[in-house]
Design a binder for this molecule. Structure first.
Ligand code: GLA
Length: 725
């Protein structure tokens, strides 16, 4: 069984794939995190937790064990606050006496098959209860009556442990939660590099890696969404760990709101990672008997470097998170109207896109922003989700019929969480936007944020969305989110619940998105937030794909897609070929192929030569679909290490074929450009398509091929397709 409990030593052992995680209940009920790393068959961790302390400055609450114990030094698995452990705490509670002192001690546990997600939030899924095992550890703070349950789920064959925490106010007085992390993790070392993904609009998820130092390093968002700026993902890699070797610990939070991931290196050179909802801007009120649940956190261990960690995340999201028809069913190849027309379109123009798209081999036309209310630019109408028939003469039904008659599916754009001051909805309900008393609202992109915490607001949105989706044949929805939260208050939430708004907003969004995908299970949903401003596992749960960035320049996309791939699979990365100027259509296609693939241009503007290239690309989309969507990714040359070229490859899970892609960002002629491929079967032979030449997997991976005669020129690119004999 993946979870075992050894009564004699009070040790919990969690065996997840090739990894092991060990906890122990020490004397006086302290729960200690003893080990997380490569698999260890035995469970003899006796004495492992006894960390000496010899200082007057590490207090203890009671005499524990041999009297050498202090929570300040011990690897406390989920600490409280103000009771002897001075490191960054995962939990801070303000009790009815007006202090924050909290001290959680073990009270009991349960081990069972299967798992559940935290209430109202996305989470990993077990298809059958036998897929995984869950350990629930109950902890109590004896003084305040706060009852904490820590959930740990182990998926048998994956190096993955998922966690969340539930806090119940089991006292007869109110309690405020100031902070409650989803997970707190102890690592017995500090020789790590902290890796994370930072960015901004148009340049999301850049890779950054720096050694951990004493003190703490954190990434976070206070924007009410996971954001362009930091992603709710981080990794700790042992110094020297690289793409395919060395130990890496990956952390990801299944949450789309403000988050915080902190690595805290203590005075004795151990590291604690806390991750969860950002305590800045968070305060949750619990009346007696009430319960609060955190989002789910995912921990991945890899002994095969960053590549091993990424592949574990990719498999996990594909098999255990993404849901709905398009998790496994082939997705339509789409063309989107945004960069082709922006707000300037009518039915005939869209049909002309569809006509040419059909010739090219495209399966679906997506009508982006601008079809509703009186919206002809970004200054109005968010909230008025009725069809603009002045623009779409003949109505939406007629447009969809014309598109369908060509054999294309039809998709549409929404931005439900927003409201324009210039909208009928705002004029009717000025208190439906987020706002606080006596303070003017900040405006961004000419819009306010709608109050998703309110059920009446969500019901109104649902009525409007459902009126369109139930009437017309719509196969796809792009759900956008184009600004962050400010003056975050709700007309229905006042003290002591006012600061619950950030999290209640996210819960409201999840509820509405859930209604959408539950009511329309055949719909393909794509999330978006000014490009990739909400590219997180919470959104991935609802939509198998997320628009990666508004930046469609293929050269700049390389860094964005490389960074995104640290945690997210190719099948989730919305990537389109556009009219961007840098690089030709071959390279635009080769880069977009590392994603969902699609087009975002006026196909009538394609010249003869480009049209031929595009037709080949749409054929390649079908040819390589399975390989790219379900294959294993190997990053060969990273754009952050090499300013000249980058390369990656996909290998099918059975290792029967592989596709290598190289882009020369800045070309120079290198007479000996040796590339060693990865992920192949060393004992099998592979034919390089188009050459008739055959090599063993061992040769390709160890000796490699000299690719000095590759296509030349800045922005040039090529692919190599290997097929096993
Ligand atoms: C955002 C999206 C774009 C497009 C526009 C429409 O910026 O990222 O793809 O949908 O909104 O306003």
């Amino acid at each position: 069984m993946p979870v075992s409990y050894l009564e004699k030593t009070k040790i919990f052992k969690l065996d997840a794939g090739d990894s092991t995680y060990v906890l122990r209940v020490a004397d006086e009920g302290y729960l200690l995190g003893l080990y997380w790393g490569a698999k260890i068959p035995d469970a003899d961790f006796e004495g492992y937790d006894l960390r000496d302390y010899a200082s007057s400055f590490s207090p203890r609450n009671e005499i524990v064990g041999e009297g050498r114990f202090s929570p300040d030094v011990a690897p406390v698995e989920y600490s409280g606050f103000g009771t002897g452990d001075f490191r960054k705490t995962p939990a801070a509670l303000r009790n009815a006496d007006g202090n924050d002192a909290t001290d959680f001690r073990y009270a009991g546990h349960r081990i069972h098959e299967g798992k559940r997600a935290p209430a109202g939030m996305p989470g990993l899924r077990a298809d059958t209860p036998a897929d995984c095992e869950t350990l629930e550890i109950d902890m109590t703070d004896r003084t305040t009556g706060a009852a904490l349950t820590l959930f740990y789920t182990v998926f048998k064959d994956e190096p993955v442990i998922s966690r969340f925490a539930v806090l119940k106010n089991a006292s007869d007085r109110p309690l405020e939660i100031e902070k409650l992390a989803s997970a707190s993790v102890q690592l017995n070392a500090m020789d790590f590099d902290f890796i994370h993904l930072y960015g901004r609009w148009g340049a999301e998820r850049n890779y950054v890696r720096a050694p951990l130092a004493h003190g703490h390093q954190s990434i976070s968002s206070t924007r009410g969404s996971s954001s362009h700026y930091h992603n709710p993902f981080a990794a700790l890699a042992k110094h020297g760990a690289d793409e395919e070797s060395g130990e890496v610990y990956g952390f990801s939070l299944i949450y789309s709101g403000s988050f915080d991931i902190t690595a805290d290196v203590d005075y004795y050179e151990t590291t604690r990672v806390n991750m969860g909802i950002n305590p800045d801007g968070f305060l949750w009120h619990l009346e007696p008997g009430e319960v609060f649940e955190t989002p789910e956190a995912v921990l991945v261990y890899s002994a095969e470097g960053l590549g091993g960690m990424s592949r574990a995340f990719h498999r996990l999201w594909l098999n255990r998170l993404i849901r709905g028809k398009y998790r496994t069913e082939k997705r339509p190849l789409l063309i989107n109207s945004w960069e082709a027309a922006f707000f300037d379109f009518d039915a005939d123009k869209l049909v002309s896109f569809a006509e040419r798209a059909k010739e090219i081999g495209i399966d679906m036309l997506v009508m982006d922003d601008g079809w509703f209310g009186r919206r002809n630019d970004d200054r109005s109408s968010l909230g008025d989700w009725w069809v603009n028939e002045d623009k779409l003469e003949g109505g939406l039904g007629s447009l969809i019929e014309r598109v369908n008659a060509l054999g294309l599916k039809f998709g549409i754009w929404y931005e439900p969480e927003m409201i324009s001051p210039d909208s009928d909805l705002f004029r009717a309900h000025p208190d439906w936007c987020l706002h606080v008393p006596n303070r003017p609202n900040s405006i961004a992109r000419h819009q306010y944020v709608i109050d998703m915490s309110r059920k009446d607001v969500r019901d109104n949105l649902w009525e409007q969305i459902n009126a369109v989706l139930s009437k017309y044949k719509i196969d796809y929805v792009k759900w956008d989110f184009n600004r962050n939260l400010t003056e975050a208050g709700s007309a229905l939430l006042s003290a002591p619940r006012g600061e619950e708004i950030f999290h209640r907003f996210v819960l409201g969004t999840y509820e509405l998105m859930g209604r959408l995908v539950d009511t329309y299970p055949d719909l393909l949903l794509e999330n978006c937030s000014g490009g990739g401003g909400r590219f997180d596992p919470g959104m991935l749960y609802f939509s198998p794909q997320i628009w990666c960035s508004d930046n469609t320049d293929p050269v700049e996309r390389l860094a964005i897609q490389f960074g995104t791939s640290l945690c997210y699979p190719a099948s989730s990365m919305g990537a389109h070929v556009s009219m961007s100027r840098r690089a030709g259509f071959e390279t635009k296609g080769n880069v977009a192929m590392w994603g969902t693939f699609g087009y975002e241009l006026d196909p009538n503007r394609l010249g003869e030569k480009d049209l031929e290239i595009v037709k080949k690309q749409t054929a390649d989309y079908h040819r390589y679909y399975e390989l790219i969507h379900y294959g294993d990714l190997y990053r060969i040359t990273d754009p952050w290490d090499n300013a000249y070229r980058c390369a990656w490859m996909f290998v099918s899970p059975d290792k029967a074929e592989a596709l290598y892609t190289q882009v020369n960002m800045r070309y120079y002629h290198c007479p000996f450009l040796l590339v060693r491929f990865r992920g192949l079967d060393p004992a099998k032979n592979y034919t390089l398509e188009g050459t008739g030449k055959t090599y063993s997997g061992a040769f390709l991976m160890n000796a490699g091929l000299n690719l000095s005669e590759c296509p030349r020129g800045d922005g040039s690119s090529f692919t190599l397709h290997f097929v096993r004999e």
